[in-house]
Design a protein around this ligand. Structure first.
Ligand SMILES: Cc1cc2nc3c(=O)[nH]c(=O)nc-3n(C[C@H](O)[C@H](O)[C@H](O)COP(=O)(O)OP(=O)(O)OC[C@H]3O[C@@H](n4cnc5c(N)ncnc54)[C@H](O)[C@@H]3O)c2cc1C
Length: 305
């Protein structure tokens, strides 16, 4: 009987680092962050990310400022109106209507973000060397009554679980029902050479207006740009249209969380954007979740719970 984290993306690795008695079970290590050429993947500077890098043994990591632009009426500008923010929200989620538009939309409307100048590969490597050796296998089912995870026919009994796998995969494997139906849309990223579009000094640019089929373009990797689409359409249409300039195509099936809510499950906690089904969660929130969880667990032991 033991404690496991299911899913070995950046969330699972961080959760295991701060909760060392939990072993990861995953089919792959690194998840989305290991292939970080799609979209602006930055570790924002704040108290949690600063503490995290220090805890990992990275001293004095330089910080940089990402400049964020908004394309409006043919011009790149540094700020945007509330109605264009709302328009962007609907466009980037393929929605016709919405009651509540979160503040976090379009990088909180900021025009600069301070981030750590460090690669996710370096962070992932350091995390792997500081955690228990993960079990590499695909989870086929989870029996939440008997508290058993099944991997390719092999059962693992658990005492406690932290789930970081995407919520639709968790609810399918456990045959439980979420509180509200989990709806999502795929994202398509067309990677092109940086000479294709003049990004000027901007790290990424948002495109709220409907005449652009994409909604964000970001500088990625060395000398590349990522053009980002959220779409219900057949991907072959997009891939075909852009094939003359495309260096690479990346498709993330659960790219954009649209609506829904997970339900509570006994002895299972959910960490990270896709497991919690909350698009607002970023890596620094995962650090906070992982540290808080460790503190609560320790407190429960002392209190004899
Ligand atoms: C375009 C884009 C840009 C982003 N930019 C930023 C950013 O700038 N800053 C930021 O903080 N966040 C950013 N995010 C969010 C961030 O990328 C994600 O929150 C994070 O990478 C998700 O990591 P995760 O570990 O939660 O999930 P994932 O990376 O999806 O990992 C899930 C893991 O579970 C495993 N798994 C799934 N199903 C099973 C199964 N049945 N059995 C075993 N294993 C399984 C997978 O192999 C994978 O390793 C961005 C996201 C996108 C899409």
């Amino acid at each position: 009987v033991s404690k496991y984290i299911i899913g070995g993306g950046i969330t699972g690795l961080i959760a295991s680092f701060y909760n060392p008695d939990y072993r990861i079970i995953t089919d792959k290590i690194g998840g989305q962050m290991a292939a970080n050429t799609a979209g602006p993947r930055i570790l924002e500077v704040n108290e949690y990310s600063r503490m995290f890098l220090k805890d990992l043994g990275f001293e004095n990591v330089n910080t940089k400022f990402a400049k964020i632009g908004y394309k409006v009426r043919g011009k790149i500008v540094d700020s945007i109106s509330k109605s264009l923010r709302n328009k962007y929200y609907l466009k980037s989620r393929c929605l016709d209507d919405a009651n509540l538009i979160p503040n976090s939309i379009m990088s909180d409307g900021k025009n600069t973000i301070e981030y750590f100048d460090i690669s996710w590969d370096e962070i992932i490597e350091r995390l792997i060397s500081n955690i228990k050796k993960p079990v590499i296998n695909k989870i086929t089912s989870i029996d939440t009554e008997e508290k058993i995870i099944v991997l390719d026919g092999l059962p693992f009994r658990y005492e406690k679980l932290i789930s970081t796998i995407p919520a639709p995969a968790f609810f399918k494997a456990s045959k439980l029902n979420p509180e509200k139906e989990l709806k999502f849309i795929q994202k398509v990223f067309i990677i092109v050479d940086s000479s294709t579009i003049d990004m000027r000094e901007y790290e990424y640019i948002y495109y709220p207006e409907c005449q652009y089929p994409y909604h964000r373009i970001s500088k990625v990797g060395s000398n590349k740009l990522s053009i980002e689409f959220t779409t219900n359409e057949d991907t072959s249409k997009i891939l075909n249209y852009w094939k003359h300039i495309s260096i690479q195509n990346i498709i993330i099936p659960i790219g954009q969380i649209q609506s829904g809510m997970i339900s509570k499950v006994k002895d299972i906690s959910f960490f990270g954007r896709y497991a919690c089904w909350d698009h607002d969660l970023k890596v620094d929130d995962v650090i906070r979740q992982s540290i808080d969880y460790n503190d609560t667990e320790r407190k429960n032991i002392y209190d004899g719970i």
